[in-house]
Design a protein around this ligand. Structure first.
Ligand code: GLN
Length: 193
């Protein structure tokens, strides 16, 4: 694309400001999206980590669910991190209402235990060069099954899938925006054509 892309960050709840700050550091126009109108002119969207039930509820309250489903179907890149990955998944346990359900993955919430079991781990990710990624898992979900059309990008030694891509959709169950490592944000930006 010749013009500079604008990346939206869904700003209903969670750590959207951290994504936006990191995108600003990369020189990318980043806009917090809270209304349907603010989706206009967005080339790609990040759904941040936070609390997936709360984000899903606010999505309904602001009438954003259908527009977000349409956005994901439009082929523009969408990246869900942690709670965002939960909202992107077609199958989720224990979510009291549907999310966007655009990506053919099955997710288990809180798959590593409670907040106190949060941890950081070095993870090798397909498509990310120059070494492993410092992945921060905060009461994280795990991807436990994927359709054949989903590319698995990273797996932990116990077999839990922690990063995956399907066409324009990217899911990571950890928090790249809480590190200074911009490689996954750059990978996402490279998905914008
Ligand atoms: N445990 C949260 C949920 O299920 C996700 C945690 C996070 O985004 N860091 O929504």
């Amino acid at each position: 694309m010749t013009r500079t892309p604008t990346v939206g960050v869904l700003g209903l709840q969670g750590d959207f400001a951290e994504h936006q700050a990191l995108l600003f550091d990369l020189g990318v126009a980043a806009r917090v999206v809270r209304t349907v109108a603010q989706l206009d002119g967005i080339d790609a969207l990040i759904i941040p980590g936070g609390e997936s039930t709360t984000i899903a509820k606010l999505m309904d309250l602001y009438g954003l669910r259908e527009p977000l489903v349409a956005f994901a179907r439009s082929g523009r890149p969408v990246w869900g991190t942690c709670a965002g990955a939960i909202l992107l998944a077609r199958d989720v346990d224990e979510l009291d209402r549907p999310g966007i359900q655009a990506m053919d993955i099955q997710i288990q919430r809180n798959a590593f235990g409670r907040q106190l079991q949060s941890f950081q781990s070095q993870v090798a990710i397909d498509g990310i060069s120059d070494g492993e990624f410092p992945a921060v898992f905060i009461r994280a979900p795990a991807i436990i099954d994927v359709d054949a059309s989903v590319e698995i990008l990273a797996t932990l030694p116990d077999g839990k899938i922690v990063a995956a891509r399907q066409r324009n959709l990217l899911a990571t169950v950890f928090h790249p925006e809480l590190t200074t490592d911009v490689r996954l944000h750059n990978l996402f930006l490279s998905m914008i054509d």
